[in-house]
Design a protein around this ligand. Sequence first.
Ligand code: DCB
Length: 335
Amino acid sequence: MFKHFLLFFLMLLNLSATPATAATTPSFSDYNQPPIVHQGGVNQNGRLQVIGTQLCNADGQPVVLRGMSSHGLQWYGQFTSAQAMANTAEYGANVFRLAMYTAEGGYLSQPGLKETVKNGVNAAIQNDMYVIIDWHILSDGNPMTHLEEAKAFFKEMAQLYKDTPNVIYEICNEPNNVSWAGEVRPYAEAVTAAIRAEDEQALILIGSPTWSQDVHLAAANPLPEHNLMYTCHFYAGTHGEWLRQRVDEALQAGLPIFFSEWGVSRADGGGGVFLDEAEKWLQFMNQRGLSWCGWSLCDKNESSAALNPGVSPNEPWTEQQLSEAGRFIFSHFKD
Ligand code: DCB
């Protein structure tokens, strides 16, 4: 009798095992077979478009962008030179992100940084790269605080670049201490409308609360527009499996995700390098055909920086001039 009961119990276990595994395997793509992606530059891929959750080229074929983010332009703008970008392109990068801080001595107190952005866009064009214009809110965690400045800035950029397929807009780097429904989403609606009034098509990247980790909130209540993606940011020494799960759930819910900033360090930009965890993240992004920018292309003495202190932005770089972070990130552009 007991034997039968045990057998029955084992059968139940076995039966329930199949659907449980199936449920954890997302149906929108087979992660054992990463999507076939295009990695070329703007000449090859043209205007970007979002189809489902996948970033695609002008022909509707999946495309992956990988490259570096600058550090704050007010401190390390010199590393947005055409030569610095070419040095990353040589390793396979096809995107560059211009992190224009708004606070901390950034654009709001130094409007001249707009010229650094324009020069950076030109440098990216010279290198056939996509380029992200990033409204880098950070200590100013609520994007609504400077809504009018943001609308004016992006309107001007969109007027300038509406015929330039290289340009991508990231409208709020990392909101924090705010809500999605109350502040970030209304902000995104307003700034997206300002861009769309000039440019119907450009790719727009939108952050979320808690330093762009709350993609679940965006997934539950996304904007109705086309060609939008939502950013997720992670630091390998701080963010792990729980955030990858959250991203998978958001993707399953249909939210297109772009990793516009990640680092091998802790979330403060220092604290060492965490390459094992970073490998997990890279594999995760690869298997899902997700695009990314590494933080950051500068020579600051911190473990997230890709260059050793003193490296020139105006010369080709040897392998020895890259930091541990730099060697690691650069080696993954062509994964
Ligand atoms: C983000 C920011 C970025 C910041 C990096 C690393 O912030 F988008 O601006 O960069 O991640 O912290 C750092 C630089 C430092 C600089 C500092 C302040 O590497 O050299 O001194 O900015 O300008 C994050 C990301 C995640 C979290 C917190 C922050 N988090 N944060 O999960 O808690 O507070 O800066």
